[in-house]
Structures are given as structure tokens and as C-alpha cells.
Ligand binder design. Structure first.
Ligand code: ADP
Length: 327
């Protein structure tokens, strides 16, 4: 089989934005230029691809972005991309522009789109996991997770100050629609008394007995971290039940989109920088449908198939740590 010559690549961010995506874009662009490739930026993910929002990038296009959250390429969701005829249009645009390969920075949904482009139209694709949720199978880490945890943890620390001063129980809701990775890490890092997972029926008896046990040993406040699940704001209903059925009065704080923004942490900048360069290297080695992942703190390139499920495998095993320490 003859090897495909890669002369030009395009990079996009897709799905939810996350801090550190800019570092990954910068890395892809500069690594590609270092390899004498033409490099294009596609704005607004798959929507921008089908709208031909594509421009050539140079080293200066990614100057002074390493420390900014969000994504200079913008991002969006494009439901039509699930239809083959839309992907056919996208493939045609890439061909017309002489773009040989596509780097997709996004979550498992964005990877599914990339995989389809490869399988149906032979386009070389490589995924870089970028989402605050750390919810992709096959990788221990996704770009933006560390910053989101840092932001949420700092917020919880502040709330604990007021909770302790006024003898209060707080429910603090963090992001994570289909996985609980942020809740688990923030819960452990902030010493929360309980962590409510996204997919679990709320065990009110346990919360109630944990809060009362804390009071018996002199604790005057409790922090309960709630993964938002499919219905953001569910903490208000939980607080109502705690009040009405268990006589536990609590305050609710939903952190929301603050968790998506902010200057990326060193870990997010570091891994995004390494992963972007690895992605370009993998394409030049003619790997056609892969992802760059982190396993055991090392960066690897693996088949994209391994990274297309939602999963909180990287964090769920640590639930026991919180349960042991929050007595
Ligand atoms: P994320 O990439 O963060 O998981 P989404 O699940 O919203 O976010 O996916 C982002 C975009 O990827 C979607 O708007 C769509 O354009 C594309 N996509 C998602 N799932 C598929 C699929 N099954 N087939 C083709 N494209 C998909």
C-alpha cells in the first residue's frame, strides 16, 4: 500500500470549549510549520467546515494565546454532521482545499464525526481529547479538566469559609452531564463530606446520617458536591427533599459556566502542548485514524476507536478515597 504524502493539515475545535484548547492549537500549528506543512484553521468545528470557514495559519496566528481560555478557532455543535450527506460535503471541501488531514480537538462526539470522515471518505484524522469533563474512554486526561477542577475547587474553598462561619450545609453543583469526573476530583480535593454522582439515585438516608454524624463529632458545616447530571440545577430539588423529609436545611450554589473559562493550569498547558506536537508527528507517520491520549502520565497515540465512549474510568475508582476520608 502506498503511503499518503501529508502536505497540508487543518485543525479545529469542536463541541464544548475548554481551557487549554488554545495551547493545543498553538502546538499543532507550530509543529506543522516546523515540518514544512501548510496548516489551516477551521472555525466553529464541523459547522465551520461545511460553511468553508477555513483560513491559512502561520506562527503568528497562534502568538500570545497559550495563557487564554476558550478557543481562538471558536467551537460549535453541528447536529447535521451526523448525516452522511453533510459529511460528504465536508470531505469535498477538504479535497477542494487540498487538505490532506484533519486534527480534531474535542470530545467523544467530535471523534465520532472524525471517524466517520475517515471511514467513509478516507480522510486522515487524529483526535486530541479536549473537554473539561474528562469523560472520554481510552485516556486518563482531557485538556481543560485540570483548569475546571482548579476553578471549582477554589469556589468550594470560598464557600467553605462562609459555610463554617454560619453553621451551614451547602450543596455545590459542578459540571458533568454524563459523567462525574469533576465532582469526584473536586470532592476529594476540597474534602467534601459527600459526592453525589450524576447517574445515581440520591441516597437521602446516607446524606442525612453523614451530616448528623458530623454534627455529633463537632462539625458545624458540610459540603456536598453534586454532579449536575442530565438536569442542571437538580441540587435545588435535592435541597428541598433534605429540608422537607430529613430536616436538613441547606444552601445551593450552582457553579455553571465559570468552570469552562479561565487561564489554563500548567498541566493543561503542558499536556496540550505535548499532544498537539504528537498529533502532527502521528499524521506524518501515516497514522490515519488515531487519537493522542494520556495513560499513566505518558502521552501515547492509539486507534481512535478506543476513545469514542463516554467514561469516567479515570476518576470513578477514587470514590472510596472520599468516603474513607470524609468521616
Ligand atoms: P463533544 O465532542 O464535546 O463530545 P458533542 O457530542 O456535542 O461534543 O459533539 C460535537 C459535534 O461532533 C456534534 O455537534 C457533531 O457535529 C459531531 N458529532 C457528534 N456525534 C457524531 C456522530 N455520531 N456522527 C458524526 N458526527 C458527530
Amino acid at each position: 500500500m502506498s503511503e499518503k504524502l501529508i502536505r497540508s493539515i487543518a485543525v479545529m475545535t469542536s463541541g464544548g470549549d475548554s481551557p487549554g484548547m488554545n495551547c493545543a492549537i498553538r502546538s499543532v500549528v507550530r509543529a506543522a510549520i516546523g515540518e514544512r506543512l501548510k496548516v489551516y484553521g477551521i472555525k466553529r468545528g464541523y459547522q465551520g467546515l461545511i460553511n468553508n470557514e477555513i483560513y491559512e495559519m502561520n506562527a503568528s496566528s497562534v502568538g500570545s494565546i497559550i495563557h487564554h481560555g476558550g478557543t481562538v478557532l471558536y467551537t460549535s455543535r453541528c447536529p447535521e454532521f451526523k448525516e452522511k450527506q453533510t459529511r460528504e460535503k465536508a470531505a469535498q471541501i477538504l479535497e477542494d482545499r487540498d487538505i490532506d488531514a484533519l486534527v480534531v480537538i474535542g470530545g467523544d462526539g467530535s471523534f465520532k464525526g472524525a471517524k466517520a470522515l475517515h471511514d467513509e471518505f478516507g480522510i486522515s484524522v487524529i483526535g486530541i481529547p479536549g473537554t473539561i469533563d474528562n469523560d472520554i474512554s481510552g485516556t486518563d486526561y482531557t485538556i481543560g479538566f485540570d483548569t475546571a477542577v482548579q476553578t471549582a475547587m477554589e469556589a468550594v474553598d470560598k464557600i467553605r469559609d462562609t459555610a463554617q462561619s454560619s453553621d451551614r450545609t451547602f450543596l455545590i453543583e459542578v459540571m458533568g452531564a454524563r459523567t462525574s469526573s469533576i465532582a469526584l476530583k473536586v470532592g476529594i480535593c476540597s474534602g467534601a463530606e459527600n459526592i453525589l454522582l450524576n447517574n445515581e439515585k440520591v441516597n437521602y438516608e446516607k446524606i442525612s446520617s453523614d451530616v448528623r454524624r458530623g454534627i455529633r463529632r463537632g462539625k458545624n458545616s458540610s459540603i456536598i458536591i453534586v454532579a449536575e447530571g442530565e438536569s442542571p440545577g437538580r441540587s435545588y430539588q435535592i435541597a428541598k427533599v433534605l429540608e422537607e423529609k430529613h430536616e436538613i436545611s441547606s444552601k445551593v450554589c450552582v457553579l455553571g459556566h465559570i468552570q469552562r473559562g479561565g487561564s489554563p493550569t500548567p498541566d493543561d498547558r503542558f499536556f496540550a502542548s505535548v499532544m498537539g506536537k504528537e498529533a502532527v508527528g502521528a499524521l506524518l507517520q501515516n497514522l490515519e485514524c488515531h487519537a493522542v491520549v494520556v495513560r499513566d502520565a505518558k502521552v501515547h497515540v492509539v486507534p481512535l476507536d478506543e476513545c469514542m465512549q463516554k467514561s469516567d474510568h479515570a476518576m470513578i475508582n477514587y470514590l472510596g478515597v472520599s468516603e474513607t476520608l470524609s468521616i
